[in-house]
Design a binder for this molecule. Structure first.
Ligand SMILES: Cc1ncc(COP(=O)(O)O)c(C=O)c1O
Length: 380
C-alpha cells in the first residue's frame, strides 16, 4: 500500500471488541489475565497497550521500517536509543543539530563516560578520520535545526556499513512523507512526534523506527525497562494527526517555499536558508534525496538582534513560540530561544547568531502569511 493509505489504515483495523472504526483510547494501566499463567495479548501498559500498538505499527509502516516504538517526548525517544551505549563507547554526532539533543549528549551522556565527538558529516573524510576502534554509532539530522544543512544519507550509511556502525537519523523536520531514511540505509529513525507527525501542537511525543529484528528487540526492551513509553490518550491524538500528514505536508511545503522565494527578494533579508531554493548550496542533494522540503526554514535579517527582535515583536499571524510542525505558523529566535542550551561559542561556531530567525510555516493562506511578514519587516 502507498503512503496515504498506510497513514489511514496501517495498524488500525476496526477494534475487535465492538468494531470501532477509530482506534479506541485504552485508558488502562493493566489488563485482566484469562487465568493463572494466562495473560492476554497485553498485560501492563508500560509493556504494551493497544492504542500505542496501533500508532507504533502505523509509524513503522510510514517510515518503511519493520518495528516502531513511541515515547512520552522526542527526548525520551532519543534517551532510550542512547541507552544502547555503555561507558567506553564512542559516538560520532553531526556538529549541527537541535539544542536539546546537544544538551542531552554533552550534559547527560558524555559524563557517563560515553565519548561524544561532534563532526561535520557533510565531509566524508572528516567522518572517516573520526572513527575509532570503540566507535559504535553515528547520529545526525537532516535538514539540521535551524541551519537547514543537509547530509547525504547514502554516503554516511555506506561508511557506517563498512565500519559496522549504527546510523541514527532524527527525521523530525521532514517527516516520512518527504524523507524515509531507512530507504537510504539508515538503521534507526528518531522523531519528535510533537512536530509534523502529530501536527496540531497539542501533544508532546517521540518515536523510533528500525528495520532490523535485533535492534527492534533492544529498543523494545529498553522502552519497557526504562519506562519511556507514551500514554494511550497521547497515542490516540498522534494517530489522529498522522492520518492527515500527507495533506498537511503538501501545504506546509507549498507555503514555506512561497515565503522563502518572497523573502529572498526582500531588501531587509540577508540570506534565506531553504533547501528548495536554487541558492541553497546543497539544492542538488535536496532534489536527489528529498521528496519535498517541509515547512520549517530559517533566514537572516540585515542587521542583528535589534532588527530580528523588531520583526519578532511585530508579527500578528505568526506566533512567537518555540516548536514547529503544527498547522499554525510560528516564528522564533534560535540564538535566545530553541538553541540557548548550546553554549554561546558553540552556537556562534555553528552559525546560530543574533540575526537568525526560524519559522515554522503553517497551513494558513500563503497571502496572509506574506502580508504579515511584510508589515512586520516594514517596522524594521
Ligand atoms: C529536531 C528535533 N529533535 C528532537 C526534538 C525533541 O523533541 P521533544 O520536544 O518532543 O522532546 C526537537 C524539539 O524541538 C527537535 O526539533
Amino acid at each position: 500500500m502507498r503512503f496515504k493509505t498506510l497513514a489511514i489504515h496501517a495498524g488500525q483495523e476496526p477494534d475487535p471488541a465492538y468494531g470501532a472504526v477509530m482506534t479506541p483510547i485504552y485508558q488502562t494501566s493493566t489488563f485482566a489475565f484469562k487465568g493463572v499463567g494466562q495473560p492476554g495479548p497485553f498485560d501492563y501498559s508500560r509493556s504494551g497497550n493497544p492504542t500505542r500498538k496501533a500508532l507504533e505499527q502505523c509509524i513503522a509502516a510510514l517510515e518503511a521500517g519493520s518495528h516502531g516504538f513511541v515515547f512520552g517526548t522526542g527526548m525520551a525517544a532519543e534517551t532510550t536509543v542512547l541507552m544502547m551505549y555503555n561507558a567506553g563507547d564512542h559516538l560520532i554526532i553531526h556538529d549541527d543539530l537541535y539544542g536539546g539533543t546537544y544538551r542531552l549528549l554533552v550534559n547527560v551522556v558524555a559524563p557517563k563516560n560515553i565519548a561524544v565527538d561532534f563532526v561535520n558529516l557533510r565531509d566524508a573524510d572528516a567522518l572517516r578520520k573520526a572513527i575509532r576502534p570503540n566507535t559504535k554509532a553515528i547520529w545526525l539530522e537532516t535538514p539540521t535545526n535551524p541551519l537547514m544543512n543537509l547530509i547525504d544519507l547514502e554516503a554516511v550509511a555506506a561508511v557506517a556499513k563498512e565500519k559496522k556502525l549504527t546510523t541514527i537519523c532524527d527525521n523530525t523536520f521532514l517527516s516520512p512523507y518527504f524523507l524515509q531514511p531507512i530507504k537510504f540505509g539508515i538503521d534507526v529513525v528518531v522523531h519528535s512526534t510533537t512536530k509534523y507527525i502529530n501536527g496540531h501542537s497539542d501533544v508532546v511525543g517521540g518515536a523510533v523506527v528500525v528495520n532490523d529484528p535485533a535492534l527492534a528487540e533492544r529498543i523494545g526492551f529498553l522502552q519497557n525497562a526504562i519506562g519511556t513509553c507514551a500514554g494511550p490518550q497521547d497515542c490516540f491524538l498522534v494517530l489522529r494527526g498522522l492520518k492527515t500528514l500527507a495533506v498537511r505536508m503538501e501545504e506546509h511545503n507549498r507555503n514555506a517555499l512561497g515565503i522563502a522565494r518572497w523573502l529572498e527578494k526582500h531588501p531587509k533579508i540577508a540570506t534565506v536558508l531553504h533547501p528548495g531554493l536554487e541558492s541553497h548550496p546543497q539544492h542538488a542533494l535536496a532534489k536527489r534525496q528529498l521528496k519535498g522540503y517541509g515547512g520549517t526554514f530559517s533566514f537572516r535579517v540585515c542587521g542583528g538582534q535589534d532588527e530580528a527582535f523588531r520583526l519578532l515583536g511585530n508579527v500578528k499571524v505568526f506566533t512567537l513560540a518555540e516548536s514547529l510542525g503544527g498547522v499554525e505558523s510560528l516564528i522564533e529566535h534560535p540564538f535566545t530561544m530553541t538553541h540557548v542550551s548550546v553554549p554561546e561559542d558553540a552556537r556562534r561556531k555553528m552559525g546560530i547568531t543574533e540575526d537568525l530567525i526560524r519559522i515554522s510555516v503553517g497551513i494558513e493562506d500563503l497571502e496572509d502569511l506574506i502580508a504579515d511578514l511584510e508589515q512586520a519587516l516594514g517596522k524594521i
